[in-house]
Design a protein around this ligand. Structure first.
Ligand code: DGJ
Length: 439
């Protein structure tokens, strides 16, 4: 009997120390980014938000991305869109599935369809959170090339699926000429990838082919400009040309204005940001799940003209010895302007693992600017102190006591990219008793 009691006590002590160890593992607090490494959430599980994007709202970041499952089949949408939240960008709390796939076989987002590159934006006028994503209907490979939209009153969801569509049916792009509208609309008698075929593609062959049924929409991202106008940027025309389309005021549909950029350029994985009044794009070439060289571009207006810049990557990822020729083994998905940081932009890339989709990794790297161009240098690890603090303007004293004053600060807009950031309000305690701007 005594032996039994001793044994039970030993087991209890052991199990307590084991669970304490597990909790310790869960509680590891990150204070830096380690690109390409397993990135654990608050439950000690590798973050599952691939092809994702971020939304900053009321001092918290929300990361939305594809929830992948194991194996090759894990590239399909078996679960939905996952959401995580963070106050520091290093440590992420699992907020669960924001948009769930449907068990209804007649739904466009039935389990087993393809949901990729989900992005969420906030509509200040309606107070709704709007999610758009690339959708391929179940069992049809990548042929349907649709975009889907879902909406929620709560940032973490649940999001309610509204519809999927091919954008801009029966509408010509703004930069299409009368001559282009009247060109051939079928590939008949043309050999793909020959110069005459490419010329026809550049001149709008697929736009005319898809005029009635709507334009193809695959890899996509969203952008909300400082005037609250929102844009849907997607790979169209068999992935050969990017389209930038304006959304309606409620962000739930397309308003009919769109433009083609880099016709025949074969770009996908668009990530867009704005700095000092200029718009920048990072894209990739098209090689399925395999990495290829990144591209970048700049424009004074989102409507173009867009000018190609260089491959922005610099350095080598020692985990796989890949550098600029393969984007460190990644593919672009989003660029986050970091609130409160001067020239603080983080480029997000996915390292796909197509044979075990759930094992895909994330590469987050800081951008570096020289005049109007930017670079994405590799870092084995880094933290936000790499960015300078953003100059803030004092809006007045909101509290004072013996220790000093509490000021209300606001960012100096104008220099600041507001993309995906409906509000930014920062108040902190300052012992220096004068008003004005700091560093
Ligand atoms: C590359 C795209 O960027 C990914 O989102 C995904 O669609 C793969 N192609 C599929 O091969």
């Amino acid at each position: 009997m005594k032996t039994h009691i001793y044994l039970m006590i030993i087991l209890m002590v052991l199990s307590q120390s084991l669970s304490a160890q597990i909790d310790m593992k869960k509680a590891i607090v990150r204070d830096r980014f380690i690109p390409g490494e397993i990135w654990l959430d608050n439950n000690g599980i590798h973050i599952n938000a691939h092809g994702g994007g971020l939304l900053f709202y009321k001092d918290t970041y929300y990361w939305f991305g594809e929830h992948k499952t194991t194996g090759r089949a894990g590239n399909r949408a078996n679960v939905g869109v996952h959401c995580y939240s963070s106050v520091d960008l290093y440590n992420w709390k699992d907020e669960g599935i924001a948009l769930a796939v449907s068990e209804n076989i007649n739904s466009d987002i039935t389990k087993g369809c393809v949901i990729e590159r989900p992005k969420v934006i906030y509509n200040r006028k309606t107070g709704k959170y709007v999610m758009w994503f690339h959708l391929e209907l179940k069992g049809q490979g990548y042929n349907t090339a649709r975009t889907g939209v879902a909406v929620s009153d709560k940032i973490t969801g649940p999001y309610f699926f509204l519809r999927s569509l091919r954008p801009n049916a029966n509408t010509w792009p703004e930069n299409f000429t009368e001559e282009q509208k009247n060109g051939p609309n079928s590939e008949e008698k043309m050999t793909p990838w020959t110069e005459p075929w490419l010329k026809a593609v550049r001149e709008g062959l697929f736009v005319r082919r898809d005029f009635n049924r709507g334009q193809m929409s695959r890899d996509m991202t969203l952008y909300v400009d400082e005037d609250d106008k929102a844009y849907h940027i997607h790979a169209s025309e068999e992935n050969l040309t990017l389209h930038i389309s304006q959304l309606s005021d409620d962000y739930l549909s397309f308003n009919g204005r769109y433009t083609r950029i880099f016709p025949g350029g074969h770009n996908e994985a668009p990530a867009i940001f704005k700095r000092k009044g200029k718009y920048y794009l990072i894209t990739s070439g098209c090689s399925g799940w395999n990495p290829n060289p990144a591209r970048s571009a700049v424009a004074d207006s989102i409507w173009g003209p867009w000018k190609s810049l260089q491959n922005p990557c610099v350095g080598v990822n020692p985990q796989n010895n890949l550098g600029l020729e393969k984007t460190f083994g990644g593919q672009s998905t989003f660029v986050l302007p970091v609130p409160g940081k001067s020239d603080g932009f983080i480029a997000m890339f996915d390292m796909w693992r197509p044979n075990n989709a759930i094992d895909g990794r994330y590469i987050w790297l800081p951008l570096e600017f020289t005049d109007d161009e930017f670079k994405v240098p590799w870092h084995d690890e880094w933290d936000l102190s790499i960015f300078k603090k953003f100059p803030r303007r004092c809006q007045g004293i909101i509290q004072s006591n013996l220790r000093g004053f509490r000021f209300r600060w606001s960012l100096q807009l104008g220099d600041f990219a507001t993309a995906m950031m409906p509000t930014f309000d920062d108040s902190d305690y300052c012992t220096c008793p004068f008003a004005g701007t700091d560093d």
